[in-house]
Write a protein that binds this ligand. Structure first.
Ligand SMILES: [Zn+2]
Length: 166
């Protein structure tokens, strides 16, 4: 509960207490009625300040819960990010591959670098096509980025030229 609101609340409650305490010593009905009226005004102020403090306390608790949730997500994100490492699978093609320092995920897979770095999202690359030259083309199901793996090209077969015999 915020300290400023608490100070106002206690201060108003003290005023109400003092008025209530003094009412019994008043002997004239008009003065008693006036004191009771003043007491009711102060009690309404106390009630308003108590409600305000309750709202602020509720708001602070919600913020605290939100921050705790964000902290937990950051911790989980840090653990996930450490389980993978950035790898250049072939010239200009980057993926996040399992980090050898951690137990390998089963099945072993690659993650999209774009999604992991920019969206904090684990998106497993899917093999889309194998070309005759040995290039594997993966695609990210989230951002649709194509990733080419040219790390194991097929050798180019020489053309067979037949000579005609004379
Ligand atoms: Zn992606």
């Amino acid at each position: 509960m915020p300290i400023a609101e608490l100070t106002s609340l206690f201060s108003s409650a003290k005023v109400a207490y003092d008025i209530a305490k003094g009412i019994s010593s008043l002997h004239v009905q008009v003065e008693r009625d006036k004191a009771i009226s003043e007491l009711l005004k102060v009690l309404i102020t106390v009630e308003e300040q108590a409600l305000l403090s309750q709202e602020k306390t509720s708001s602070i608790i919600q913020e605290k819960d939100q921050l705790a949730k964000q902290l937990l997500e950051m911790d989980e994100w840090k653990i996930t990010k450490n389980q993978y490492k950035l790898v250049e699978i072939s010239s200009g093609s980057f993926v996040y591959a399992p980090n050898e320092s951690y137990p390998f995920p089963n099945p072993v897979h690659w993650l999209c670098q774009n999604c992991l770095d920019n969206e904090r999202k684990k998106s497993i690359l899917q093999l889309q096509q194998k070309t005759p030259r040995g290039t594997d083309i993966y695609v990210c199901p989230s951002c649709k980025a194509p990733i080419k793996d040219r790390s194991h090209p097929n050798p180019i077969k020489p053309r067979i030229i037949r000579r005609l015999k004379w």
